[in-house]
Design a protein around this ligand. Structure first.
Ligand code: GLN
Length: 472
């Protein structure tokens, strides 16, 4: 747990410089095997660590994350350092300011050691769409780590950093967390500021922590959550102490299992593990019941209309003039736009932009986009109804454990379906966590997902901590 390291650093018994140096060393070694990073911030990190150690020496409190090495997905700004979104488009882009979530980490004393590799513009489920090469799963390097926060999950799983930030638009924190055997939380929409996060689908994006342990995720959420004037969707409800109650257990809690999440497409071993986990929770005093999320089967379809629609608008700024790659020798403005977008974006990003432009075009807007918005509302209502009878929902995080690199490259639907249990939470704006629940017969991590109503994070951590204990 990060708590011990933080305490030692605060008491001056351990130097942040030592911990950070070790982390940087591991990160550099790991890089050749897993390709988890786009930028390793050696010098800047060491300077920060020395600064933290100085604070301690002077008797100052460096903050609740004092001196621990963390990594940040490369779609968040950190002033003066590159932010690429794993795209050719932003290969040479330097952050002009620092994202609020990153700033809060720094103010809490954390040391940012690296920016992590990811699917290009956070579009993908395997880490394979990065312009900087695929990320590999540290548990088995022939396999994908999940995505799009691939490098953040891999870096934590490999023990190179003590925590990382990812972003989750349809599952991109939880799905790689599940496949790499770490904890990943998508907070309630509006809980963590999106200021300085490169926008993919603004109504779905949330920043969340990936960590080795549930308590660590609670600790990091407490730091990064909170109202931010700079994000108009930020919610002003104050920040709770998520750490305080993590060990309270599940006695008396009602937990629902959606029957739609346990059927076709789900691997037998994953299903079995979720069922076993439910039984174990029951033995700890939880009451388990089957529930129904009637519109669940439409979630992926709705997501792949709304997500690309918003992405096509957000990515319009990368035109080679205002932002992005600036190819030379264009004869006129139109050619400049074309060249920049042709050379700057990879295949998956182009596909999403085309899809989004199509569903927003006149004539198709009502048929696809408006309809998707209406179904989105039904999905939200399903959850409202479910939560009138249960406190938490338990489900698998992903239908299968980590698949092989390249295995789904020609199977787009199969790739998109790996988010089938995660996207609904983004559509409904509610929080969810993926927690490791042991391994399958091939030794690959299985993740369980817990979902709660909006702002139920404290309860999520409690439930997740209980599950974590079963498999420690
Ligand atoms: N895998 C999903 C997608 O490709 C989700 C991505 C995300 O959450 N950023 O869009």
């Amino acid at each position: 747990m990060i708590k011990e390291t933080i305490e030692k650093i605060k008491q001056g018994r351990l130097k942040s410089a030592r911990v950070v140096e070790e982390s940087l060393k591991k990160a550099r070694q790991g890089q050749s095997r897993y390709n988890s990073y786009i930028t390793i911030l050696d010098e800047k990190a060491m300077q920060r660590a020395d600064y933290i150690d100085d604070c301690v020496k002077k008797g100052e409190d460096p903050g609740p994350l004092a001196g621990i090495p963390v990594a940040v997905k490369d779609n968040m700004l950190y002033r003066g350092t590159p932010m690429t979104c794993a795209s050719e488009m932003l290969r040479n882009y330097i952050s002009p300011y620092t994202a609020t979530a990153v700033k809060k980490l720094l103010e809490a004393g954390a040391v940012i050691v690296a920016k992590t590799n990811m699917d290009e513009f956070a579009m993908g489920s395997s880490g394979e769409t990065s312009a900087f090469g695929p990320v590999r799963n540290p548990i088995d390097t022939e396999r994908i780590p999940g995505g799009s926060s691939s490098g953040s999950a891999a870096a934590v799983a490999a023990g190179e950093v003590m925590g990382a930030l990812g972003s989750d638009t349809g599952g991109s924190v939880r799905q790689p967390a599940s496949m790499c055997g770490v904890v990943g939380l998508k907070p309630t929409y509006g809980m963590v500021s999106r200021y300085g996060l490169s926008a993919f689908a603004s109504s779905l994006d949330q920043i969340g922590p990936l960590t080795g342990k549930v308590e660590d995720a609670a600790r990091i959420l407490k730091v990064i959550a909170g109202f931010d004037q700079k994000d108009s969707t930020s919610v002003d409800i104050g920040v709770s102490d998520y750490v305080k109650d993590v060990d309270k257990g599940v006695d008396g809690l009602k937990v629902g299992i959606p029957k739609e999440y346990m059927g076709e497409g789900l691997s037998g071993e994953v299903r079995q593990r979720v069922e076993n986990t439910a039984q174990k929770l029951e033995r700890k005093g939880a009451r388990i019941r089957e529930i129904s999320l009637k519109s669940a089967e439409y979630a992926v379809a709705v997501y792949y209309i709304i997500g690309p629609a918003e992405a096509s608008a957000n990515l319009a700024r990368y035109d080679g003039i205002r932002y992005g790659l600036r190819p030379g020798n264009s004869k006129n403005l139109k050619e400049q736009y074309k060249k920049a977008r042709k050379e700057g974006f990879g295949a998956e990003v182009k596909r999403r932009i085309m899809l989004g432009t199509y569903v927003l075009s006149s004539g198709y807007y009502d048929e696809y986009y408006s309809k998707a918005q209406r179904v989105r509302k039904l999905i939200k209502e399903d959850f409202d109804e479910a939560f009138s009878g249960v406190d938490l929902i338990l489900s698998p995080t992903t239908p299968t454990t980590a698949f092989k690199l390249g295995e789904k490259s020609d199977d787009l639907i199969g790739m998109y379906m790996s988010d089938v249990y995660t996207v609904s939470c983004n559509l409904a704006g509610i929080p969810a966590i993926s927690v490791p629940a042991g391994k399958d017969s091939a030794g690959l991590p299985i993740g369980c997902q817990l979902i709660s109503p909006s702002f139920g994070e404290a309860l999520l951590f409690r439930g997740a901590r209980q599950i974590e204990k079963f498999y420690e």
